[in-house]
Design a binder for this molecule. Structure first.
Ligand SMILES: Nc1ncnc2c1ncn2[C@@H]1O[C@H](COP(=O)(O)OP(=O)(O)OP(=O)(O)O)[C@@H](O)[C@H]1O
Ligand SMILES: [Mg+2]
Length: 286
């Protein structure tokens, strides 16, 4: 399923009526099966943009479409979220956690358990299906969160720093595995990450956002077939891309510091955007 964001600007309005633009004039087209990572300085609007793409937040201007149809609300059967903090229910088994979105969708218990079990097998967690999340390592819990999103059989997976809570080595190992799974499943993926390694390693394209309010300042193609193996990280091409991203980000941070003393860019009062829905698109507790 192809995804388009056209002329997206997002302005938040605080309780006292002050307006702050978080995302500015973003145009993105993502083809079916493409893996796109999004990087940018902290606070530049990455999560805001992802929420908007997933229908959880209405843009102040512009529109998001999936295969031409406008996205107006979260629909986990089309675009499911994976969040950094897993958002698992501690009192439910791994299997019930993976099946929770289907439960909200009204799917019968047997079917939802079957479908969830298939995804748990895919991410290598079938043997802990009846454990509680607290009995699992962070990496395993993250895989439950991915299985939960995949159980909805979405066309698109939206991931916001999905491996941020893991140590570097676990992150890499999980990255290899996830890259394989998602490539095999032919999913379209948009992943926000702070890791340049991750951004390049996984993706067909890397979008670089400017300091806030975020604009797309570079759209970089990463050559080389997916899924990738860890060897890809030792190639000169990988290194060159990584350095390029690092330089771009450094520049944005420098600019942010240089302009930090100036008054924040505010907009006149008016109708800012608000969280359209706080419902978790993946069905998790948020
Ligand atoms: N609900 C909200 N109300 C008002 N302002 C918000 C809200 N959510 C985010 N912002 C502001 O919008 C800007 C973008 O925030 P966002 O969380 O999208 O950034 P980010 O790029 O995901 O940052 P990080 O890398 O730290 O996760 C920030 O200045 C933030 O303070
Ligand atoms: Mg964020």
């Amino acid at each position: 399923m192809s995804l388009r964001a056209e002329g997206i600007s997002i302005t938040y309005e605080s309780a006292d009526g002050r307006r702050k633009r978080a995302v500015s004039d973003v145009d993105i087209t993502i083809a079916t099966g493409e893996f796109v990572s999004v990087i940018g300085p902290s606070g530049c609007g990455k999560s805001t943009l992802l929420h908007c793409v997933g229908g959880m937040l209405a843009p102040t201007a512009g529109r998001v479409t999936l295969d031409g149809a406008e996205v107006r609300e979260p629909d986990p059967a089309r675009a499911a979220f994976v969040f950094q903090d897993y958002s698992l229910y501690p009192w439910k088994s791994v299997l019930d956690n993976a099946a929770i979105g289907l439960r909200f969708a009204g799917v019968d218990r047997r079917t939802r358990r079957e479908r969830a079990m298939r995804q748990l097998e895919l991410v290598g967690l079938a043997e802990v299906a009846h454990s509680y999340p607290s009995e699992l390592s962070g990496g395993m819990q993250q895989r439950v969160a991915v299985a939960r999103a995949l159980t909805m059989e979405p066309d698109i997976l939206l991931m916001d720093e999905p491996f941020g809570a893991l140590d570097e080595q676990s992150r890499r190992r999980l990255g290899v595995e996830m890259s394989r799974i998602l490539t095999a499943a032919g999913k379209t993926v948009v992943m926000v990450t702070h890791s340049l390694d991750e951004a390049v390693y996984w993706a067909d394209r890397v979008l670089v956002l400017s300091r806030g309010p975020g604009r797309v300042i570079q759209d970089i193609r990463v050559e080389g077939p997916r899924p990738r193996t860890l060897d890809f990280m030792t190639t000169p091409a990988f290194d060159a891309q990584r350095v390029r991203l690092f330089t771009l980000l450094e520049h944005e941070y420098d600019e942010a510091e240089r302009t930090a003393d100036r008054p924040a860019a505010e907009e006149p009062p008016g109708a800012g955007t608000k969280l359209a829905k706080d419902a978790a698109a993946s069905g998790g507790p948020r």
